[in-house]
Design a protein. Sequence first.
Length: 337
Amino acid sequence: MARWLIFSVLFGALQAGCHRTPNATEDEARPSVSNASALASQPSEPQPVPDPPATDATECRSPSTARIVAIGDLHGDLKAAKRAFSLAGATDDKGTWIGGPLVVVQTGDVLDRGDDELELLAFLDQQQTAAEKAGGHLIRLNGNHEVMNVQGDYRYVSQRGFASFSSESSTGRPDVVERPVAERGRAEAFLPGGRQARKLGSLPVVWLVGETLFAHGGVLPAHVRYGLDTMNQEIGAWMRGEAALPKKLQGDHTPFWIRDYGEHTNEDTCTKLDKVLASLKAKRLVVGHTPQRGGITFDCNRRLARIDVGLSAYYGNNPTEVLEIAGDTMRILHRDR
């Protein structure tokens, strides 16, 4: 019990530091045209890739723990989330936390595609609170769809996804009023500084638990050189409406958009991963983002795990799979729907 009390205190302190105010192959489209100039201004990464500085000082790190379960993209499907949490041993069939000190990591993309976003966000809030009371943790990351919603990009929102937020109080802010009437409630909730955007601003885009690195799309050496803490701080400040989003955190080269690790990898990709892991004193990277139609996959001598298995009904009647990490052992937990 004492051990988990220490873990809880450490986790809270680290997470708070991670989000302090900073100084000054699916059919999905890439970032919106409004970001085209920012993308064009980004230089390509030089070859060979320089080694990032070795460091284990990132604030976005929780202590190692006996058992972690990682859950991929949920995309507005509450039933899929409940199946995944139950399979993980985190909750019972009624959605009550029974995982005790279990650490669950959800790698982002809770929003869009499905109809249950509001209920799903409430479910995750509930589980996060219940887990901490029991000595465990639910660590939630921001994915590209969370970022898209804060950017006001609603291409993948369902009709119910708009209707669910129609009761948001109107502030009269110009960037909301200029949108179509049906979108205004969602814009009030998710544009920077909105009620839901502020909640998202408390979540990281990159996090380590012990020797396991988690990100929605992945982490490249350039991201480590930029600074994981800096990225988390700057994304959070933008979502909370406290600062503009830096150009270097816009576009498909970011940790929530890249598909370097989600599609077919090669020796160069694995070499980049080795440099990232060595610099962070980590052993493996776990990503979501790119659906793996046949279930969870591994690559780069099992230093890479891909856990987006299309849990949402949007992708069809896929089995439920989550990834269990216990020490150096990774095991796929599987259940047919």
